[in-house]
Design a protein around this ligand. Structure first.
Ligand SMILES: [Zn+2]
Length: 100
């Protein structure tokens, strides 16, 4: 048993769950990084997908949210072209072009 605990000391923290059933992130920075990573990895539809992070009052951790103001880091990441795949940036660009 001792060996198992030593192998994964952090894993125990993640056994805590939130009533929201959302994935928990210990800090805002980690949540933001995960948010950016998620956007690099997945193609979110028009309105789907998380755009920001928030501090949860129930569990005291950070979660993604699809509502509110898009996260500044995420926007900067997309606008500066840092996205590895560039997919999302292109999608947003074409949406903007169509709109104007
Ligand atoms: Zn929570």
């Amino acid at each position: 048993m001792r060996k198992v605990l030593a192998d994964s000391p952090i894993a125990n923290n993640y056994m805590k769950t939130c009533p929201s059933q959302k994935r928990m992130y210990p800090t805002e920075e980690i949540a933001e990084d995960a948010l950016i990573e998620a956007h690099m990895r997945f193609e979110y539809g028009k309105q789907g997908g998380p755009i920001a992070v928030y501090l949860c009052g129930d569990c005291g951790h950070f979660h993604f949210t699809s509502q509110g103001i898009p996260n500044k880091k995420l926007r900067e990441h997309i606008e500066s072209g840092k996205m590895k795949t560039q997919k999302l940036a292109h999608q947003w660009e074409s949406k903007i072009k169509k709109r104007f």
